[in-house]
Ligand binder design. Structure first.
Ligand code: HEC
Ligand code: HEC
Ligand code: HEC
Ligand code: HEC
Ligand code: HEC
Ligand code: HEC
Length: 497
């Protein structure tokens, strides 16, 4: 098939590309370009957005495209060299030419074309399959399993277990879309290098904003009151049960559906609550401004804050300022053990079970493996009777696996949960009695323990059946709490942060 031509014969530049290597390069480049267009289209039109598709579309596909271009050029360069050598040695040089009148050429061409089409088809199929896979929760949580393990595991135990990661972490709109693309690429790079942050904190563009929540939740839904019982066990020998039953006044923000007020008053579209925070986690909020439906503003600040609010980022309060852990709520050890006792997985008759399990969970371990072993050893020492120790150890280890991630230095203390005020300041960041107007006449409501919830009942056994529709004054089980802030003593675990 290759035709002999004389080296002196004038030829177009194109002849250099007439070789098998260049042709293969061109097919590869075309396939990659095709895959890119396909991925780009899927990505643009798919109902749910996926940040990792960016890695395929904007890193892998271009890589193969460039590889194709490189092969094409390499083929041409090799060809040129060979031609030069042929001229030097005054030999006949051959270039690839196909003559369709020859049967052999026709066959080779057909095989090549068939191979190329097949390759294109497989590329398309392959990229679609890979796309489908990167969409899955399995990919987000498990493939990047070291960095994302805490969030992946925690998400399995919340109301959002069935919501895909991308539904919350990729915002709507073209700008958010491209930012997440780039972010996904950056994350892959750090995963490969292993130099990601431990623990991981959310960065600007991946922090879900209120718009994301509102795709599924109606902002003005009238929730009314929510009845919740917080079941606890003390750290004493008898693991004494102590529960608080609250009627939370969640309320709503839509006047046509019910009175505007209660806890969800903050999200009434007509009210705008803005604040500044002086730390990364927004745990310290020294200045708050409320703009009501008539456009009147009220500013509150703490005594210690003397600065100008405009020197800080002024943020509008949204769902995440209270619901800060909607999908990744890692449980405090106190609460996790309380749940296990309440559910019957830890026998409250075992003396000091609560205190000992919490203590075993909260030592400074460096790996999960080490922790699981140390938990077993310490509980076996405390309870020599295997019948008592074995189920206790199994449950303690299960709690550890679900809530402690030493490899990522992540546990209940690393990400504040602001929904209440017991273990984190939460509501008390503003409702602490220290936020006053300049004339000192108005304070953000604070000391009234029955303003956000009514304490319907508290204690244990028979006490819990005596409901009080007007709300009991809080009866604190153990210490006198002279201080308003619960977090001076309560941190969710035994040690203070
Ligand atoms: C219901 C919405 C929602 C879903 C679903 C969701 N997340 Fe999140 N995610 C959040 C919010 C809210 C934050 C915290 C924002 C903040 O701290 O301000 C967050 C934070 C994170 C962080 C930063 C570290 C941290 O714990 O704050 C990572 C990593 C993360 N999510 C990964 C995932 C993965 C992986 C999945 C799927 C298994 C997932 N998310 C599913 C809402 C969601
Ligand atoms: C893709 C849909 C979707 C998105 C996005 C979403 N949620 Fe949800 N959310 C749900 C579903 C479904 C439930 C569970 C309803 C049920 O089973 O009762 C839920 C439940 C909740 C609950 C009640 C939790 C509980 O434990 O009772 C809260 C609070 C909540 N979501 C807040 C948020 C916040 C804050 C965001 C934004 C970061 C958000 N959601 C984003 C679908 C979503
Ligand atoms: C001022 C704090 C605060 C803000 C802001 C806030 N919530 Fe809530 N929300 C609460 C509290 C407190 C509860 C009840 C206690 C709980 O769920 O732990 C609650 C309950 C809920 C529930 C569960 C209702 C039920 O029937 O059990 C949903 C869903 C919810 N909020 C969604 C949202 C969404 C969406 C936003 C943003 C548009 C939002 N919340 C803003 C404090 C807040
Ligand atoms: C960023 C500051 C801030 C945070 C955090 C905050 N609030 Fe508020 N809250 C306010 C302000 C400001 C008002 C309005 C005070 C006024 O002007 O009367 C208010 C009002 C309220 C009201 C009264 C609404 C009415 O009916 O008039 C309730 C109830 C309430 N908050 C509950 C909560 C709960 C529960 C939390 C925690 C889950 C919380 N708040 C967190 C700033 C905050
Ligand atoms: C600004 C609103 C607000 C005020 C004021 C307030 N609380 Fe609460 N409190 C909450 C919310 C919201 C929760 C629910 C947290 C959750 O869903 O996990 C809560 C939960 C609790 C719990 C149960 C916590 C647990 O885990 O067992 C107790 C007990 C409690 N509050 C006592 C008090 C006492 C005592 C006061 C007065 C000093 C008070 N609260 C004032 C909003 C408030
Ligand atoms: C001076 C320290 C101190 C302060 C302040 C304090 N507590 Fe406690 N609290 C304790 C101690 C100690 C216990 C007993 C813990 C145990 O035995 O496990 C306890 C137990 C409790 C319990 C029952 C058991 C448990 O582990 O949850 C609740 C509920 C509780 N406190 C709520 C609150 C609330 C709400 C506030 C803020 C309004 C508050 N406490 C302020 C020290 C304090």
């Amino acid at each position: 098939m290759p035709e002999a031509i004389s080296p002196t014969q004038p030829q177009s530049f194109r002849r250099h590309f007439q070789n098998w290597l260049s042709w293969a390069g061109m097919v590869l480049g075309a396939a990659a370009l095709f895959a890119f267009v396909l991925l780009f289209a899927i990505d643009l039109f798919a109902p749910a957005k996926n940040p990792y598709i960016g890695i395929l579309a904007y890193v892998i596909a271009p890589f193969f495209f460039l590889l194709g271009v490189a092969l094409t050029l390499l083929g041409a360069i090799l060809h040129k060299r060979e031609e030069r050598r042929a001229i030097r040695l005054e030999k006949k040089h051959r270039i690839l030419q196909i003559d369709l009148s020859r049967k052999r050429d026709r066959r080779i061409l057909a095989a090549f074309a068939l191979g190329a089409v097949g390759f294109l088809f497989l590329t398309a199929l392959g990229s679609y399959e890979t796309y489908q896979y990167t969409e899955s929760v399995d990919f987000c949580g498990k493939r990047c399993h070291v960095p994302m393990k805490p969030q992946f595991i925690a998400a399995q135990h919340t109301a959002h277990a069935q919501v895909e990661c991308v539904n919350c972490h990729v915002g709507p709109g073209a700008a958010a879309y491209f930012k997440t693309k780039l972010n996904g690429v950056r994350q892959l790079y750090h995963t490969v290098l292993g130099d990601f942050d431990r623990p991981i904190y959310i960065t600007g563009e991946t922090r879900p904003d209120q718009e994301i929540c509102l795709q599924c939740h109606w902002p003005n839904r009238y929730v009314g009151t929510v009845d919740r019982t917080y079941q606890h066990y003390l750290s004493d020998e008898a693991n004494t049960p102590f529960a608080v039953r609250l009627l939370l006044n969640v309320g709503g923000g839509e006047p046509s559906r019910g009175p505007v007020g209660g806890i969800h008053w903050h999200m009434n579209i007509a009210n705008k609550v803005e604040y500044i925070a002086t730390d990364k986690d927004a745990e310290t909020i020294p200045w708050v401004r409320v703009t009501n439906a008539q456009g009147q503003t009220t500013e509150y600040r703490t005594d210690v804050f003397k600065g100008e609010p405009s020197q800080h980022e002024i943020r509008r309060m949204d769902c995440l300022d209270c619901h800060s852990r909607p999908a990744h709520n890692v449980m405090p050890p106190n609460d996790a053990v309380d749940v296990s006792i309440a559910a019957g997985r830890i026998d409250p008759k075992i003396p000091f079970a609560k205190a000992k399990v919490v203590a075993a969970l909260t030592q400074p371990y460096t790996s999960e493996q080490e922790a699981l072993q140390a938990i077993a050893t310490s509980l076996r020492t405390a309870y020599p009777d295997a019948a008592q120790a074995d189920p206790l150890i199994a449950e303690a280890q299960a709690i550890y696996r679900q809530n402690f991630f030493p490899e990522m230095k992540t546990n209940w203390r690393t990400h504040p949960n602001n929904i209440g005020h017991k273990d984190w300041n939460g509501c008390f960041r503003c409702h602490d009695g220290n936020h006053k107007t300049a004339d000192g006449k108005k304070t953000i409501s604070a000391n009234d323990c029955n303003s956000c919830h009514l304490i319907l009942a508290q204690g244990s056994g028979e006490e819990l059946k005596k409901l009080n529709a007007n709300g009991y004054p809080f009866f604190h089980i153990d210490a006198e709490f002279s201080e308003f802030s619960c977090t001076t003593c309560h941190t969710g675990g035994p040690q203070l942060p």
